[in-house]
Write a protein that binds this ligand. Structure first.
Ligand SMILES: *[C@@H]1O[C@H](CO)[C@@H](O)[C@H](O)[C@H]1NC(C)=O
Ligand SMILES: *[C@@H]1O[C@H](CO)[C@@H](O)[C@H](O)[C@H]1NC(C)=O
Length: 348
């Protein structure tokens, strides 16, 4: 039952405002050979995006003019390449550069490291906190703030030295750790006056909706009070419509709403460079929808993807969702790092 409610809600969130299928559907693919991260040979666990110029591959593009290599940076030439791709693309196609950024470390990340994943998943994650720390809609730790500021100085370097084209649109998950990461990363950068940092809060860029309290968002009014310059997408509800105690959204359903989010962005936004501040699990889902290989991001890390967006005629394959699953929970607090707690049966 939750599934049909969820799906209806998701469809209602799309820009058409109606649950009717559109005459066209959208497909996504990754343009290969631009960034190291989509090459299977690149190890996500050791990859350092700030040391590697965001993973941008040093190469020639067909759009390079004879002296561009000495006169222009790799990022300037990439911008020219994307512009040329768009100029020659058939009407139903477009190319866009997405920067998918994961939030900095939150109190829920710190708690999971401290307690161990089994004990965290089985018990502690379902509480609001432990008396010392709160992890319901977790805020950033000191380390998380430092990570976001590091990414800010990286962007400042890219803008000044590498002449990168900055995002023209900014999107963020409604969860606090993302709102704050986006604010810390992009506020005060030398962005062009015609494309300032005015992010849009988008429900469907939130993390997978598990029974963990870190996946339950605050009311719209509380978000607005703390982030007054951020805008809300249309129909953004006051109270969290989706989080439900002890139920977990399944990955397949998450991918359906990730596609709704992307479809909605590309149906309403003509920008070529877009930034999305989101979560580990949600970025993994967006990558599945985009057809990018799995690439796990550490807290505070960011990943660029050059995407080809194609409008197809017809209704497209059906969006298959599955019901949210009841999550097993422990009646008794497991001890810290209790590995026998893995499937939560230990405490039943
Ligand atoms: C990544 O490289 C930068 C230097 O470009 C360094 O300052 C930073 O500590 C490195 N990050 C990690 C996680 O190793
Ligand atoms: C709560 O968890 C944090 C780690 O997230 C830990 O440092 C702190 O000691 C814990 N407090 C209690 C009362 O267990």
């Amino acid at each position: 039952m939750i599934t049909s409610t969820l799906l209806y809600g998701l469809l209602a969130l799309s820009s058409t405002g109606a649950a009717k299928p559109r005459p066209t559907y959208t497909t996504y693919s990754v343009v290969p050979g631009i960034f190291q991260q989509d090459d299977p040979a690149t190890d996500a666990a050791t990859f350092n995006f700030t040391a590697a110029n965001f993973g941008l591959i040093a190469r020639d593009y067909p759009s390079d003019a004879p002296h561009d290599k000495t006169k222009k940076t790799q990022w300037q030439r990439l911008a020219q390449h994307i512009k040329t791709l768009n100029k020659h693309a058939p009407k139903a196609e477009r190319y866009a550069l997405l920067f998918l950024g994961r939030h900095g470390e939150g109190y829920h990340n710190a708690a999971e490291s401290y307690l161990g994943t089994p004990a965290w998943n089985c018990y502690w994650s379902e509480l609001d906190g432990n008396g010392t720390h709160t992890w319901a809609d977790a805020k950033l730790t000191t380390q998380g703030v430092a990570q976001a500021l590091l990414v800010k100085s990286f962007w400042a370097h890219l803008l000044k030295t590498e002449k990168i084209t900055p995002p023209q649109s900014f999107y963020t998950s409604p969860l606090w750790r993302c709102l704050d990461t986006a604010r810390l990363t992009f506020t005060g950068l030398a962005l062009p006056p015609h494309a300032p940092f005015t992010p849009i809060i988008k429900e469907n860029f939130r993390e997978g909706i598990s029974a963990h309290t870190c996946d339950r968002r605050r009311p719209r009014s509380a978000i607005h009070a703390a982030f007054p310059t951020f805008r809300f997408e249309r129909n953004f509800a006051e109270t969290d419509p989706y989080w439900r105690a002890l139920f977990a959204e399944q990955p397949q359903t998450q991918d359906v709403r990730s596609k709704v989010a992307l479809d909605d962005v590309f149906a309403t936004d003509r920008s070529t460079v877009l930034s999305v501040t989101s979560h580990s699990g949600e970025i993994a889902s967006l990558l599945r929808v985009l057809g990018h290989r799995e690439f796990r991001l550490a807290t505070g890390a960011s990943l660029p993807v050059l995407v080809k967006v194609t409008a197809m005629w017809g209704e497209g394959p059906p969006a298959r969702t599955v019901p949210a699953k009841a999550q097993r929970t422990c009646a008794v607090p497991p001890t810290i790092r209790d590995s026998s707690c893995n499937d939560c049966l230990c405490c039943l």
